[in-house]
Each structure stands twice: as structure tokens, then as C-alpha cells.
Design a protein around this ligand. Structure first.
Ligand code: COI
Length: 356
């Protein structure tokens, strides 16, 4: 394993003092992790350095063609003072899946987990401890060859930056209003929908803007071919509880394989709940709402954690779910997951990793 050089900042920033004003992704810590890739040399020069701007050639390929991948993870402060990460190995494995799709060289997953632990340990005073706060970890890789020709990069930078955060949605754990998107699509099988790459998010902005202008928090994407099956919500995977069963769209190449999604499925199964991963037609949800069997809907994601869905706008109709209130399953998942992530209960799943 490479060594990680550490250069500490001489001036430390003032940390935000009011946790209720953190929002999401507005503040960044004093240091960041970086390493470079050069063809023939592999990943090298791993270092933790003061946080600051990058100097990039204006022709750097990531700026033109979006050869970029990223991850989202969190660090939590347990009541006994331990600093915990949640399933970091899964994030690094997913980063390599994204790398493969975007022609980005594979990373050493174990080394990157160690690098993240080291950075978080240095920055641990930035971990907020108010309820519903954490230190968001954003690993990402950009291609930096100065070439305006389209080909896989030979020079890249891997970085990790950290941001103390509160809730992703201003609604917090209050149910969000979701707009079912008919005109635009997010991804198709064979595309990059399963990868965590910038372009997926850039192409989602238009629909999100339209939804926001009508008072909706996020869009619900339908499949790009038949426009019939539910895929995911803006920044989350999505679950529906219909007639006692919890159903989530199967991962078939166009949906992001969320770590929170995977953990919720495992947790629900451990409670004996029936969980189905399968194609789910929007019509099935509409029918279930009509016959009274649609019990709950919620999104899952690292940033958003568990976000109950209070209403769905489908064309001219609005379907209200569970009276617009948070459902029992979403509440239980939120409580158990955040208690486990924050070290407030025993981690019987073995998902948390202590930083030091
Ligand atoms: C996450 O949940 O960590 C994400 O990456 C979503 C994000 C685009 C904020």
C-alpha cells in the first residue's frame, strides 16, 4: 500500500456553530485527500493537503466530456466518542463499478477506505453532533488530460472532500412531494444510469427545475423505453409498501445501486418483512392507491437517508399517500438505520467501521 503524505494547514477555518443552519454541502473542512493517476505509473502521490482550489488546464477533459465519477458517504460521531463510517467498502466497490463504465482506472478499494479513515480522523472535530447531522464524504475522480479530443483519459485525479451537513431536504423527515416525470428520462439500460457520474445529474436538472416550479421536491423517473416502470427519485432509490409487501424497482442497469437501498432491504428482511425487487409499473401504484392498498412510499439515499413521500403528482392527479404522513415502515427504518449509523445501538449487521 502507498504511504499517505500529510501536510497540515497552518490556518484552520471557523467551524459553523449553528447546526440548524448547516443545510447540505455548504461548508468544507480544512483538508482534502488527493492522488494522481498517470498512465504507466498507476495511482500515486497519495496526500492529505490543505483544502483549496485546483489548478486545471482549461482543456482538462473532465470539463468538456464529463469523464467523472463520484461517491457519497457519511461519518458519524457516536455517543461514546467513536467516529463511525457506514459500509465504506461498498462505496469503494461501487466507485470501481462506475470507473469501469467510464473508462477510469480501477482504484485499490482497501487503500481508499484507509485514506478516507485517515482524512476523517484528521478532520474529526468537524463532525457535527446535533440530531440529523453528519460529516458528508465526497470522493470523486476527474480526468485532467489537456485534450479536446474524445478518448479515455491517461491522467486523472482522485480526491476526497468533507462537508458537515444537516438534512438534504429542507423537509427533513417530513414527507416530500414528488412529481412523476413523463417528458424527460434519466437513463436507459446500456447507458450510465447505474454509475455515479456527473452527467446523470446534469441531465436531471431540467426535470427537477420544472418540478420545483410547481412546488415539488423531486421527480420520480420512469424507464426510458416504455415510460411505464418506476426507476428512482432524483437523488434516491424508491420503495412502495403495497398490501403489506415492500416493493422496490430491481436493479437492471439503469438504476443506481444505493448502499442505503441495499441496507434497507437487508434490514427489512431481518424483521421478516416481505421485500420484492422487481419491475414496478406506475399503474400498479395508481391502482393500489385507488383500491386502498398503497400504504407507504419512501426514498432512500446516503444524503437523504429515508425520505417519506407524502404525495405523487401523476399528470393532472395528485395521489396522497398515508394521509401525507410518515408511514410506520419509513419511520422504523429511519430510526434503526440512523441509530446504527450513529452508534446509538449495537450494530448487529457489522456495517459500521470505526475510524481509529
Ligand atoms: C448521496 O446520496 O450521497 C448522493 O450522492 C446524492 C447526491 C447527488 C447529493
Amino acid at each position: 500500500m502507498q504511504d499517505i503524505r500529510v501536510e497540515l494547514s497552518e490556518t484552520l477555518k471557523a467551524k459553523p456553530t449553528d447546526a440548524s443552519k448547516l443545510g447540505f454541502g455548504n461548508y468544507f473542512t480544512d483538508h482534502m485527500f488527493m492522488m494522481n493517476y498517470d498512465k504507466g505509473q498507476g495511482w500515486h502521490d497519495a496526500r492529505i493537503v490543505p483544502y483549496g482550489p485546483l489548478s486545471l488546464d482549461p482543456a482538462a477533459m473532465c470539463l468538456h466530456y464529463g469523464q467523472e465519477v463520484f461517491e457519497g458517504m457519511k461519518a458519524y460521531r457516536a455517543p461514546d466518542g467513536r467516529v463511525l463510517l457506514f459500509r465504506p467498502d461498498r462505496n469503494m466497490a461501487r466507485l470501481n463499478l462506475s470507473n469501469e463504465r467510464l473508462c477510469i482506472p480501477q482504484i485499490d478499494e482497501d487503500f481508499c477506505v484507509e485514506a478516507i479513515k485517515k482524512l476523517v480522523a484528521i478532520e474529526q472535530d468537524w463532525i457535527p453532533d446535533a440530531p440529523d447531522t453528519s460529516l458528508y464524504i465526497r470522493p470523486f475522480i476527474i480526468s485532467v488530460d489537456p485534450h479536446v479530443g474524445v478518448h479515455p483519459a491517461e491522467h486523472l485525479i482522485f480526491m476526497v472532500i468533507l462537508s458537515p451537513v444537516g438534512c438534504y431536504y429542507p423537509e427533513g423527515l417530513n414527507p416530500v412531494k414528488i412529481y412523476v416525470e413523463r417528458k424527460y428520462v434519466r437513463a436507459v439500460k446500456g447507458g450510465t444510469g447505474f454509475a455515479k457520474t456527473a452527467g446523470n445529474y446534469a441531465s436531471s436538472l431540467k426535470a427537477q427545475e420544472v418540478a420545483a416550479s410547481q412546488g415539488y421536491t423531486q421527480v420520480l423517473w420512469l424507464d426510458g423505453v416504455e415510460r411505464k416502470y418506476i426507476e428512482e427519485v432524483g437523488t434516491m432509490n424508491v420503495f412502495f409498501k403495497i398490501d403489506g409487501k415492500v416493493i422496490t424497482p430491481a436493479l437492471q442497469g439503469s438504476i443506481l445501486g444505493g448502499i442505503t437501498r441495499m441496507s434497507c432491504i437487508e434490514m427489512l428482511k431481518s424483521w421478516g418483512v416481505d421485500v420484492e425487487e422487481r419491475p414496478l409499473a406506475l399503474q400498479e401504484v395508481i391502482d393500489a392507491a385507488a383500491d386502498g392498498t398503497l400504504e407507504e412510499a419512501f426514498g432512500t439515499g446516503t444524503a437523504a437517508v429515508i425520505s417519506p413521500i407524502g404525495s405523487l403528482k401523476v399528470d393532472e392527479d395528485v395521489i396522497t399517500i398515508n394521509g401525507g404522513e410518515i408511514g410506520e415502515t419509513a419511520q422504523k427504518l429511519y430510526d434503526q438505520l440512523t441509530d446504527l449509523q450513529n452508534g446509538r445501538i449495537e450494530d448487529t449487521f457489522g456495517w459500521t467501521v470505526c475510524v481509529e
